[in-house]
Design a binder for this molecule. Structure first.
Ligand code: ATP
Ligand code: MG
Length: 332
């Protein structure tokens, strides 16, 4: 069976973009692939994380995934730092990937901001750890949102260079799996920016932990213009915030944008927004309730992650041993 690796950073504020662009799709994948789902806590600390929050957020992301329908018995679900082979392979990749490749990564430029000299070395080397996350399981497919496509390309380049440097066909080149509607959910405050956990404004995103009132408030306050809904999807071409809300409606209702547009054509945006609130609450409400239930029992989540890490280690350790042999590390 083909194998999937996918990760989420436990950086808090799990949001609608994570749900529609990632987690919801993973729920479908678990029936077709062997799936490895990882809370990438080592990626999270590339920017400062309060230790207590990091622990809490790791459990919360796990709870979010389970609440959304990911079966922890069927899939391998764990946190990255419990499987040392990720960081061990990442070191090898630090020596395979080139500075020039990493210099081109747009996520580093965005996250490091103006003061690149002050960014952590980890933030710069992040893509090599991500390559290791995927290749330590010889994953064949990686479900990625638009924002991670460039990193997956780098993982492929790194696998290829490793294979050619050492004259082997050891690593498969992982393929992206990109999904249809609303793979990219944008910020509610700025249609040019993606919805993100790390956005300072909580009004920029709908969190998976938001209650019905908060969801309603955020959607009502979401930036829009004063025009009503046009007749065609093309009519929203230069109205990115409005187009984003339409895309969210379509994704949440599992319909295409044209069908949703036909329903709302010519109507006021305030009416559309109030129907979007009902829809969002009906989809996220049950997930939210289940997350709360799971979070009340942290020892249960910990047990799930411990078992997942054992299974992940059982796959990763032999692959790391082979890599060490190929590289020529003495293992007396
Ligand atoms: P951060 O700001 O900390 O990077 P993030 O919101 O980008 O957080 P990640 O943990 O980096 O979240 O990504 C988890 C998954 O969610 C990835 O598969 C990513 O492609 C997807 N994802 C993140 N943001 C969006 C979005 N706005 N729309 C669709 N998918 C998204
Ligand atoms: Mg991200």
């Amino acid at each position: 069976m083909q194998r999937i690796f996918s990760g989420v950073q436990p950086t808090g504020n799990l949001h609608l973009g994570n749900y529609l662009g990632a987690i919801r799709n993973w729920v479908h994948l678990q029936n077709q692939y062997e799936c490895i789902f990882c809370m990438v806590d080592q990626h999270a600390i590339t920017v400062w994380q309060d230790p207590k929050e990091l622990t809490r957020n790791t459990r919360e992301v796990a709870a979010g995934m389970i609440a959304a329908g990911i079966d922890p018995d069927k899939n391998v679900l764990f946190n990255q730092s419990m499987v040392p082979a990720h960081a061990q392979l990442a070191w090898v990749f630090n020596c395979v990937a080139r500075m020039g490749w990493l210099n081109r990564m747009t996520q580093f430029k965005e996250k490091a901001g103006k003061h690149k000299e002050n960014a952590s070395v980890g933030l710069f080397a992040y893509p090599n750890l991500m390559s290791a996350d995927i290749l330590i399981y010889k994953a064949t497919h990686v479900p990625v949102g638009e924002d991670q496509k460039q990193h997956l390309e780098l993982a492929r380049d790194t696998a290829q260079k490793f294979n050619s440097d050492y004259g082997t066909a050891f690593f498969p080149l992982p393929e992206p799996l990109i999904f249809g509607a609303a793979t990219r959910v944008m910020s509610l405050r700025d249609g040019a920016k993606k919805m993100s956990k790390s956005d300072e404004s909580d009004y920029s995103r709908i969190n998976m932990t938001d209650d019905a009132d908060t969801i309603a408030l955020k959607i009502r306050k979401a930036k829009t213009d004063l025009f009503p809904m046009p007749d065609t999807v093309e009519g929203l071409a230069d109205r990115p915030e409005a187009a984003n809300l339409l895309g969210i409606y379509a994704a949440l209702s599992d319909r295409d944008k044209t069908a949703v547009m036909a329903q709302f054509a010519g109507r006021q945006f305030s009416e559309f927004k109030s129907e979007l609130v009902d829809l969002a609450v009906s989809v996220l409400g049950p997930i939210n309730a289940e997350m709360k239930r799971l979070m009340a029992e942290p020892s249960h989540i910990d047990a799930v992650l411990r078992k997942g890490a054992e299974r992940a280690n059982a796959i990763a350790e032999p692959i790391l041993k082979d890599v060490y042999d190929i590289v020529g590390f003495l293992r007396p």
